[in-house]
Design a protein around this ligand. Structure first.
Ligand SMILES: CC(C)(COP(=O)(O)OP(=O)(O)OC[C@H]1O[C@@H](n2cnc3c(N)ncnc32)[C@H](O)[C@@H]1OP(=O)(O)O)[C@@H](O)C(=O)NCCC(=O)NCCS
Length: 155
């Protein structure tokens, strides 16, 4: 069976409330990582059509701070698959709701989550092959393959 990368795309938005921030108003890193993990789960769960768990997080970078009152948008999409594992690219964008007119969404965080598909006995199970349609998807696939081979080599 084969599936398209775009069909695994999940977009989640939420406003940052004070209970998720420190006293200076910055959103806690752990809070934003929780949203990223949950969005990566939804993307991989939809792709694999079975339970999935997080095995690894790579290249997690905090590019910009996120503050109370900002609108956060988290996007996750499967970009590479092995046998039972999937690499999900997760991007968090942030936008100030106080901005008037054409407000820019800026990239605040990026990461690659390795999610593993499990069968009903909790054992790794095969996932569909990935259909690559665009040049951007092709590049993301090649980068994912390099990451996958690096991780296999380390084991
Ligand atoms: C992830 C897990 C299921 C892998 O089990 P395992 O017995 O090591 O399975 P395997 O060695 O057969 O590996 C299965 C796949 O996972 C990948 N994998 C396992 N550990 C990995 C790691 N640390 N980093 C990247 N990939 C990993 C393997 O490369 C393999 O990929 P492939 O099938 O596409 O080739 C197991 O380690 C686990 O349950 N970890 C805890 C997960 C968890 O609780 N997460 C938090 C809650 S969601």
């Amino acid at each position: 069976m084969q599936k398209r990368s775009i069909d695994s795309k999940i977009v989640v938005s939420e406003v940052v409330w004070p209970h998720k921030a420190n006293i200076a108003g910055n959103m806690h890193g752990g809070e934003v990582m929780k949203i990223m993990d949950s969005t990566a789960y939804a993307s991989s769960r939809r792709y694999a059509n079975t339970n999935t768990v997080t095995a690894r997080v790579d290249e997690l970078e905090f590019h910009l701070p996120i503050f109370i009152g900002d609108l956060l948008t988290c996007t996750a999409q499967v970009v590479y698959v092995g046998k039972s594992s999937m690499q999900v690219k997760v991007v968090v964008e942030v936008e100030s709701l106080e901005c008037v007119g054409a407000c820019r969404r800026n990239r605040a965080l990026t990461a690659y989550f390795t999610m593993v598909a499990l069968d009903e006995n909790g054992k790794p199970t095969l996932v569909p092959e990935l259909i690559i349609e665009t040049d951007e998807e092709k590049l993301a696939y090649e980068e994912g393959k390099e990451r996958y081979e690096r991780q296999k080599f380390k084991k």
